[in-house]
Design a protein around this ligand. Structure first.
Ligand code: CAA
Length: 258
């Protein structure tokens, strides 16, 4: 499918989705968000794809929701249109792993989009922020909720109340990102991580993603029970037999997603 605001390449079992509105630092227009929801949904449904990498440009992952597009909307417009509701929910429903590869600005909805991915690898020039407060509003797709769970209340309050940006070193120190790499290595590093994930059992990666995400939704006791039962259930798969036999036989496992 041809997109106006994205470049999508399917490469060795990984879908690389690049946000592509350079004139607006990849601001998340309605068109971009619906194309992105369509692209990740298509990758999720494509049996040839096992992992997704989402990236922007070296200057910006995304500088937030498109302010010029939102500016004239009324409360009734955004409420009845459920701005950022259904399309964002489609992105959240993706079951295959999604890695965000962030260089440059990840602000407002851009930071929130990165946090919706399963983990974030960022470049040394990355800048994360929730500057919506400067616009007289607040974050609308997770900046007060996910960010607080990732970096704790104090830093989340600081960023949401002052609008200050967090650089790559602080983002790594705070647990917002999993790795920091040089800008020119960012996409290669994310693609290598994605290929590594693609080499595992797709059944196990799907269950692992669900189990980690469950930890945000439930108590520790319930989460541990959920995890243990999911672990038990994987003993019903051929991939568990293959993975454990391959270990004992000192060879690479050949997973078949069964
Ligand atoms: N929406 C629309 N256009 C944007 C944009 C945005 N979020 N961010 C940047 N642009 C546009 C600029 O208007 C500019 O376009 P023109 O050349 O036509 O004027 C172009 O992108 C380049 O931007 P700048 O000239 O501003 O570039 P800079 O390097 O001087 O500054 C920046 C970069 C600090 C990121 C600055 O662009 C900026 O502050 N952007 C807005 C960040 C922001 O407030 N994001 C939150 C949006 S609200 C939101 O996301 C709500 C939510 O939670 C869902």
């Amino acid at each position: 499918m041809a997109y106006q605001t994205l470049i999508v390449e399917n490469n060795d079992r990984v879908a690389l989705i690049r946000l592509n509105r350079p004139e607006a630092l990849n601001a998340l227009s309605g068109e971009l968000i619906s194309e992105l929801a369509a692209a990740v949904t298509a990758a999720d449904a494509d049996p040839a794809i096992r992992c997704i990498v989402l990236t922007g440009s070296e200057k910006a992952f995304a500088a937030g929701a498109d302010i010029k597009e939102m500016a004239a909307k009324s409360y009734v417009d955004v409420l009845t249109g459920d701005l950022f509701g259904p399309e964002i929910e489609r992105i959240n429903r993706v079951r295959k792993p999604i890695i965000a590869a962030v260089a440059g600005y990840a602000l407002g909805g851009g930071c929130e989009l990165a946090m919706m991915c399963d983990f974030i690898i960022c470049a040394e020039n990355a800048k994360f922020g929730q500057p919506e407060i400067n616009l007289g509003v607040i974050a609308g797709i997770g900046g007060t909720q996910r960010l607080t769970r990732f970096v704790g209340k104090s830093k989340a309050m600081d960023m949401n109340l002052t609008g200050r940006f967090m650089d790559a070193a602080e983002a790594e120190r705070s647990g917002l990102v999993s790795r920091v790499v040089p800008v020119d290595k960012l996409v290669d590093e994310a693609m290598a991580a994605a290929r590594k994930i693609a080499s595992k059992s797709a059944v196990a990666t799907m269950v692992a993603k669900e189990a980690v995400n469950r930890s945000y939704e439930t108590t520790l006791r319930e989460g541990l029970l959920y995890e243990r039962r999911a672990f038990h259930a994987l003993f019903a798969t051929e991939d568990q037999k293959e993975g454990m036999s391959a270990f004992a036989e000192k060879r690479e496992a050949q997973f078949r997603d069964r």
